[in-house]
Design a protein around this ligand. Structure first.
Ligand SMILES: *[C@@H]1O[C@H](CO)[C@@H](O)[C@H](O)[C@H]1NC(C)=O
Ligand SMILES: *[C@@H]1O[C@H](CO)[C@@H](O)[C@H](O)[C@H]1NC(C)=O
Length: 311
């Protein structure tokens, strides 16, 4: 199954290459380059601030389609060296916490929407770091706008802007300038989802359709030792009993959580299939507020309030 899947991805990638060569994306979308004017807020313009800005910029550049594809296909080995340390840990509100390299890079890059995998053909096609500060070597804060648009070469909609996403983050870097710890927040994720897809998570017709879709994909991708359900019907019956949820709180034993982790079953089915199954596999489980987003000491391994302070 894995091999078949890999072959399909490789095929999709190859086809995409053809598309990209034949019909290049508009320049503004293809090569988002943060302009130098962001540096005006830096006085003095230190070398570490510049270095940290470049690291953050390169990380977000890899969420821009199709830059994430090599990572989507190959996982961590597809991530350029120097961006993340060997063992990064972090939190992304409202999605969850990530405690190793593969989970971190999957969160940052493999969840970036693939146009061929969603009906709107949405993708992140540009980014801009709109706010940035780094007053010491080890710590930086940033806000990025992730600009989205339709990627559907040949269609009249191609390049049509879609609502952007925002991410607010604090970062801690190791000695080499790679990200070691992060605390990030995507505000208004549910509004973004609804405005982009014109689907409403409170709509019962949408809910049923999405459960059917999750169950169909789960049965296709999670087979053999990774199987979660005996049939699509069993899956639909069980998931229909669960809370649907909202994209403003994805972490839970609900459907929105499974819809996100379903994307990752394409990357590492052995790890992610349990997350979309009956128990949520330790990821799509209910962790009551505030424990889910305030367990700094357990997550970062140091007392609350120290991680993102300058030494
Ligand atoms: C973004 O990534 C692409 C592909 O890896 C690269 O060609 C481009 O130069 C990068 N742009 C920036 C601003 O880093
Ligand atoms: C959604 O699915 C449930 C359970 O399968 C069913 O009872 C309900 O009628 C369906 N609602 C709609 C609007 O299709």
């Amino acid at each position: 199954m894995f091999r078949l899947h890999f072959a399909l991805l490789a095929l999709a990638w190859a086809l995409l290459q053809i598309d990209l060569i034949r019909i290049p994306l508009p320049q503004a979308y293809a090569s988002p380059t943060p302009t130098k004017k962001h540096w005006k807020s830096q006085r003095p313009e230190s070398s570490y601030a510049r270095r940290n800005f470049e690291t953050i910029s390169r990380i977000y550049n890899l969420t821009v389609y199709p830059n994430q594809l090599p990572i989507f296909q190959a996982g961590g080995v597809g991530v350029p060296k120097g961006l993340f340390s060997a063992n990064p840990v972090g939190r992304v509100d409202p999605v969850g916490t990530f405690t190793d390299f593969e989970h971190s890079i999957e969160y940052f890059f493999a969840l970036s929407p693939l146009p061929e995998a969603n009906p709107v053909r949405a993708a992140i096609t540009g980014y801009q770091i709109t706010e940035f500060s780094s007053q010491c070597r080890n710590v930086a804060a940033s806000i990025v706008y992730l600009y989205c648009s339709v990627v559907n070469p040949g269609s009249p909609d191609h390049g049509k802007p879609l609502p952007p996403l925002k991410q607010v983050a604090f970062w801690r870097f190791n000695k080499c300038g790679a990200v070691k710890k992060y605390d990030a927040w995507i505000p208004n994720l549910n509004s973004w989802f609804e405005a982009t897809t014109a689907s409403y998570v409170t709509d019962p017709v949408f809910r049923n359709a999405s459960i059917e879709q999750i169950c169909g994909a789960t049965q296709m991708r999670c087979q053999g030792p990774n199987a979660q359900w005996s049939s699509v019907g069993e899956c639909v019956a069980a998931l229909s009993q669960k809370t649907y949820g909202s994209y403003d709180e994805v972490w839970g034993d609900n459907i929105v959580c499974r819809s996100i982790h379903l994307v990752l079953t394409q990357v590492r089915p052995d790890v992610h299939c349990p997350h979309v199954g009956p128990t949520g596999g330790g990821k799509c489980v209910d962790v009551a507020y505030p424990k889910n987003y305030f367990s700094d000491e357990a997550l970062y391994g140091q007392p609350t309030g120290e991680t993102f302070m300058c030494d």
